[in-house]
Design a protein around this ligand. Structure first.
Ligand SMILES: [Cu+2]
Length: 154
């Protein structure tokens, strides 16, 4: 290999490393609100961050028949929630799913969810070019009464 050729190869390799093929999505602090016997619906919360612009477009779990992405809106002074098709995740800025804002809802639960159990979830993301990727998350079940506020200090 001539020295000239070697330089060209190195340049191409560096270029390939600088541009990731997919948005790099990180999920933190994923949890699901525990349920009472007979309760068929609950909510899921987490922080979602991505290195590049992407959007959460779907979620599924073996624990629920289907999952919707919801947003809270104020209508006539009353907070209401509605399902949305996609939740934009801007690159470099984490989006927090909380009980007062965006969240996911799990419908037709197969069994009651008790604190400490784990709910596996598969999240589907779609970037601006339409490329889809999935991220597996293990959400921890927290007690039914867990709110948005931090836990009390002991
Ligand atoms: Cu909801």
């Amino acid at each position: 290999m001539s020295p000239k050729h070697a330089a060209a190869v190195i340049t191409i390799a560096a270029f390939a490393c600088a541009i990731p093929a997919f948005a790099d999505v990180t999920i933190n602090d994923a949890w699901v609100r525990g349920t009472l016997a007979g309760q068929k619906v609950t909510s899921a919360f987490m922080q979602i961050a991505s290195t590049t612009d992407t959007a959460l477009i779907d979620a599924s779990s073996p624990s629920a028949k289907f999952i919707e992405i919801h947003e809270m809106t104020k209508e006539g002074g009353v907070m209401k929630m509605k399902a949305i098709d996609r939740l934009p995740i801007p690159g470099g800025r984490a989006v927090e799913l909380t009980s007062g804002g965006y969240h996911m809802m799990l419908f037709e639960l197969k069994a009651p969810l008790n604190a400490g159990e784990v709910v596996p979830m598969k999240l589907t993301f779609e970037d601006k070019s339409g490329k889809r990727s999935t991220v597996d998350v293990n959400a921890t079940v927290r007690p039914l009464t867990t709110g948005a506020a931090p836990p009390p200090k002991h």
